[in-house]
Design a protein around this ligand. Structure first.
Ligand code: BGC
Length: 758
């Protein structure tokens, strides 16, 4: 044993010596390079441009890019794709600029490259970290084959306000789950080896707190206590840093009164000094310039502020490029500060192996072999099926039998334009499988399928125009709503079962896709009501980029399958689940409110001094006159075609001291008729604490698979580490006292036991 320990220590030392050596080689190389650079060239490395042509998320596009590259004034480019294009651009830098420093090429590869997976909020609902890592790995394989090796993903902003459109891009409301997803994505993209031709540098974003934009309005102000910041919002960014993420992107909002892009406490003291981040920091799209509107001064002032704060690369705004030299002359920044930022950008290039071979990602033959392969599409189909959440299934109505007549109805039923979801700039909607095709593929001739559109996604042309900025997502039919509705009702009457595919168009969520009304649009509500009135069994396939307020639809439908925006294999995956080839196992990672007035709503809330036990109104308790407190569907909720029964929770000890662990166990039994998977969730509550703490916090989960009738014991190990939180002084501590352990099938359906930490 001792011998083994010796070897382990010696090996670790060897590795760390090796890393040291590599680092000092890198330092020497970069110092040598920098000694040849003019100040202008150093500032040039801090400039990130986008030449346009792709999706632009700001009103500015870079100009005169070619000339800037050749004169050493561009450090990186994003938003152009393909080995040929990128090789050409790289040649300009390497062969025509004075020092030939290669550029870094980035893109937003958010949920797959060309093989588009479900939106990230959907992927997170799989609670399957291996699967999530695999999506990132496939994305990296495809993106690098197309010349992109720096990714602006994962987005890990904790989101508790579904009015905010960007909830679609993250992993939902919970810091523990969000952190696990964050690590898995970074691992998937980087694979612990950035020099490989099929891995890419990952960027965690948006640092920090972007998901807490007031009123769910994008880019809005954020004001938050340090307690909430550290305990609830910071963990997923930190998890990415701990997983070795290469880059951090700042957010648009302010953090404690100072915009993130100019916030030295955030970008240097916390990120680098406390967390030990060693990569580089990039701004968001013109977020340095936007500090002018935040009231922080003119372009020169805000650019200096950003550099001094620890921001290294300026996305699109060119504040660095146009003002830093002047600031240097005027003594407003130092050359050491410019050097530091330049060094960090060059280090990223070094780690990617660009100085060895700047063309390593530009093999013209790779795209054909690596992108959208049958294997990748199959993965997209499986991931999509695993991301779906069965919200309702009265009388075990689903799965459908592969016989009889299905009326497939709804504006999203035979629709390619809305399958990929938001932030899929590299995906091709035309390659996606509509639900109508999927049902035919899966059910074949055994089922006769009738189709009617039934309604527009929205009848409102003004709303549609806002959603359709990057192409038609809401297509208003030439026929009147009444004619379409009549056709749908007649179609429904001729079928045994109605499957209505309804919900949001893709760009109704995502960046700048905020809503104050989270209902299914009125045009579709009318359709759903009319279909329910026919008395035919009604299944809703609900597509959405966020939690919606669907209390009425839950009443009207027999079954509801939430499919998010499912990606390129949408229709096939949906049919797989509807017809029982796959038994749904997804669980919500964001609470579904009953109404917008309940927002923000999340399970891990603190207690009030006047908590209310149930949903019964009591005067002078914390509640509403016109709504229960409880959500429509809580975090962790999701049904299966089978049923699971949980035993009581048993603990191996009822008291533990600081360096002990305890086992919390349950036995889960599949009591239904189908094999299935279940996400077993463990929460804790710290009963007495020095600062207010959540009523319940996720601390563990396991996805298990059980054959019909099978039982499994599921065991979680808890240690003092799992009980720690940031106290008032922001020390990460566990406080002795009583804890409740909850284990169950969702955050609001659990069994409990208690123990004491001495
Ligand atoms: C978004 C970022 C994105 C960037 C580059 C911004 O508008 O906030 O998430 O990475 O654009 O496309």
């Amino acid at each position: 044993m001792k011998k083994l320990m010796f070897f382990a220590v010696a090996f670790a030392l060897l590795i760390s010596c090796g890393q040291q050596e590599q680092k000092s080689e890198m330092d020497t190389f970069i110092s040598d390079l920098m000694s040849q650079m003019t100040v202008q060239e150093k500032i040039g490395q801090l400039n990130l441009v986008t030449p346009g042509g792709g999706i632009l998320t700001g009103s500015v596009v870079s100009t005169d890019v070619e000339n800037k590259i050749k004169t050493g004034r561009v450090g990186g480019i994003f938003g152009i794709y393909g080995p040929e294009n990128l090789r050409q651009a790289q040649q300009m830098a390497v062969e025509e600029s004075r020092l030939g420093i290669p550029m870094i090429f980035g893109a937003d590869v958010i949920h797959g490259y060309k093989t588009t997976f479900p939106i990230p909020l959907g992927i997170s609902a799989s609670w399957d970290m291996e699967l999530i890592e695999k999506t990132a790995r496939i994305a990296a394989q495809e993106a690098t084959a197309d010349g992109i090796f720096w990714n602006f993903s994962p987005m890990v902003d904790i989101a508790r306000d579904p009015r905010w459109g960007r909830v679609a891009e993250g992993a939902g409301e919970d810091p523990f789950l969000g952190s696990r997803v964050s690590e898995a994505m970074v691992r998937g993209y980087q694979q612990d080896d950035l020099t490989r031709e099929n891995t890419m540098m990952s960027t965690v974003k948006h640092m920090a707190l972007y998901g807490a934009s007031e009123a769910g309005r994008d880019y809005n102000t954020v004001d938050m206590s340090r307690n909430r910041m550290f305990n609830d919002y910071m963990p997923p960014y930190k998890a990415a840093v701990d997983a070795g993420v290469g880059c951090v992107m700042t957010s648009f909002n302010d953090v404690d009164g100072i915009p993130a892009s100019g916030n030295r406490w955030l970008l240097t003291e916390l990120l680098r000094d406390d967390w030990g981040f060693e990569g580089f920091v990039v701004s968001d799209y013109t977020s340095i310039n936007e500090m002018i509107a935040h009231g922080m001064g003119d372009l020169q002032t805000v650019s200096a502020l950003a550099l001094k704060a620890g921001l290294d690369m300026d996305m699109v705004g060119e504040g660095f490029l146009t003002t830093l030299e002047k600031s240097l002359e005027e003594g407003k920044v130092t050359e050491a500060e410019i050097d530091l930022a330049c060094r960090r950008v060059l280090e990223a290039k070094y780690k990617l192996g660009l100085f060895e071979d700047p063309y390593r990602y530009f093999d013209a033959l790779r795209p054909e072999k690596k992108i959208l392969t049958a294997e990748n599409r199959q993965a997209a189909r499986e991931v999509a099926a695993r991301s779906f959440v069965l919200l309702k299934n009265d009388n075990k109505f689903l799965p459908l039998k592969k016989s009889g007549t299905v009326a497939l109805i709804g504006p999203l039923a035979d629709n390619k334009n809305n399958m990929l979801g938001t932030w899929a700039p590299t995906g091709d909607p035309q390659l996606s499988v509509p639900v109508l095709d999927g049902i035919k593929n899966v059910a074949g001739d055994a089922v006769s399928v009738l189709y009617a559109k039934g309604a527009n996604i929205s009848d409102d042309p003004v709303f549609a125009a806002k959603v359709n900025v990057f192409g038609t997502r809401i297509d208003i039919d030439e026929r009147s709503p009444e004619v379409m509705l009549r056709e749908a009702v007649n179609t429904a009457r001729r079928a045994d079962v109605v499957v209505a595919v309804v919900g949001e168009a893709t760009e109704m969520s995502g960046e700048s896709g905020n809503r104050t009304n989270l209902d299914v649009p009125e045009s579709q509500k009318k359709l759903i009501r009319a279909l329910a009135e026919t008395g035919k069994p009604l299944v809703l396939v609900l597509m959405a980029g966020r939690p919606l307020t669907i209390e009425e639809e839950v009443e009207l439908a027999d079954a509801i399958l939430l499919t998010w925006h499912p990606g390129v294999e949408a229709g096939n995956a949906i049919a797989d689940v509807l017809f029982g080839n796959y038994n749904p196992s997804g669980k919500l990672t964001m609470t579904f409110p009953r109404n917008v007035g309940q927002i923000p709503i999340y399970y891990a809330h603190r207690n009030t001094g006047r908590p209310q036990a149930g949903d019964e109104f009591e005067k002078f308790k914390t509640n509403y006159l016109d709504s229960p407190n409880s959500p429509l569907f809580s975090f962790g909720y999701g049904l299966s075609y089978t049923t699971f029964e949980y035993s009581d929770v048993s603990l191996s000890k009822t008291t533990i001291s600081a360096n002990e662990t305890l086992e919390a166990k349950v036995t889960v039994t599949n009591t239904g008729e189908y094999d299935g998977e279940e996400v077993v969730q463990l929460y804790i509550r710290d009963v007495v604490t020095s600062i207010t703490r959540p009523v319940k916090e996720l601390k563990g989960f396991q996805k298990i698979s059980l054959k019909a009738g099978e039982s499994k014991e599921v065991s979680f190990t808890l240690s003092e580490e799992d009980l720690k939180f940031y106290n008032y002084d922001l020390d990460f501590v566990a406080e002795p006292g009583e804890f409740v352990v909850f284990i169950g099938t969702s955050s609001d359906e659990v069994k409990e036991a208690r123990f004491v930490l001495e």
